[in-house]
Design a protein around this ligand. Structure first.
Ligand code: 5GP
Ligand code: MN
Length: 317
């Protein structure tokens, strides 16, 4: 953490970047650090090379995000958050490694950057940014608190997942005291459902199936459903919660058809499984109990290939 802070403070300009298919932690930590640096009078930019889901547009600064790697700002340091490789950030592979400072909490992070702070004990990268701000004695404004609270709330499934530790609750309380707009966060990032999303829930639930005596529950979302309901792929993200909710499920799988030959996979597990390894074997990554990948195959083929691997890590019934 000290090395990371030193490199950031010595930088001539910093670009903060999260991952593609951005989630609340990626966006919250990116914008949180961006505001912290700007408030210190440092030259800072924030970038997200993918569409920001509507439910996160309330985040202060989401309209200032750079959205293309073509108009790159004049900086000598990139802070890469909530992921461990340039491809996952959507950045070109030829960026020199010594440009990069990496802050992440994924167990699948292979640690390829020299200046890196990777610790899977943290529930969210936003929590690491909070520790960094404390170490640097940076003032945490209500704007920053709202961003970091978003990270903490979304990556713990609003304080429900097994990564919800006493420290998480203390940090959440601290951010609330510092002025985080906690109601705005919950109403947008958790509760908000457009009519299109409700349509999607209704139709996607019809495609729920089970494998392995009910221990694996799978929801498939074909492209026709997005079209019929007028929603984007990212709006189906929460569907995996329904699969995980079915009693007896130890492994929940969400398969989203991106195109005729590309399938997006989300995995959620309970207990002693490690699904990040399966995700890594398909070129993705994640945490032990929550991971994802993209498989370049039609949905039925991706399902078969994935199940072949998942069965190997499932505990015997
Ligand atoms: P989700 O299923 O919500 O997209 O992702 C679950 C977790 O796995 C998140 O922590 C996410 O960052 C990670 N993850 C999802 N897809 C990928 C991927 O393609 N590559 C990597 N490295 N991590 C992923
Ligand atoms: Mn995260």
């Amino acid at each position: 953490m000290e090395k990371v802070l030193k490199k950031i403070l010595q930088a001539k300009g910093v670009l903060v970047v999260g991952h593609i298919s951005p989630d609340g932690d990626s966006l919250g930590s990116t914008l949180g650090l961006f505001h912290l640096l700007r408030q210190q009078g440092l030259v800072a930019y924030a970038m997200c090379l993918d569409k920001v889901p509507n439910k996160y547009l309330y985040l202060p600064g989401s309209d200032e995000l750079l959205t293309s790697s073509e108009n790159f700002p004049d900086v000598n340091t990139i802070v890469l958050l909530d992921c461990g490789d340039l491809q996952r950030a959507g950045l070109p592979a030829n960026i020199p490694v010594d440009f990069i400072v990496n802050i992440d909490h994924h167990s699948s992070n292979s640690g390829c950057f020299g200046t890196a702070w990777v610790d899977s004990a943290f529930a969210a990268v936003g929590q690491q940014i909070l520790r960094l701000a404390e170490l640097a004695r940076w003032e945490i404004s209500p704007t920053v608190a709202t961003c970091l609270y978003t990270s903490l709330a979304t990556d713990t499934g609003f304080f429900r997942h097994s990564n919800t530790t006493p420290v998480v609750f203390r940090d959440a309380a601290l951010l609330m005291e510092l002025g985080a707009s906690t109601q705005t966060v919950v109403e947008n990032a958790a509760e908000r459902k457009s009519l299109g999303e409700l349509c999607l829930i209704q139709q996607a639930l019809a495609n729920l199936t089970q494998e392995c005596d009910g221990r694996v529950t799978i929801i498939e979302v074909p492209r026709s459903v997005y079209a019929a309901c007028g929603v984007d792929l990212d709006e189906a993200e929460g569907m995996i919660e329904y699969a995980k909710a079915v009693p007896g499920t130890v492994l929940a799988v969400l398969l989203r058809e991106v195109s005729a030959h590309v399938t997006r996979v989300s995995l959620r597990a309970r207990g002693d499984l490690d699904v990040s390894k399966v995700a890594v074997s398909f070129g993705g990554g994640g945490h032990k109990l929550a991971a994802g990948c993209t498989i370049n195959a039609p949905l039925p083929d991706a399902r078969r290939a994935l199940l072949d691997q998942l069965i190997k890590v499932l505990p015997h019934a």
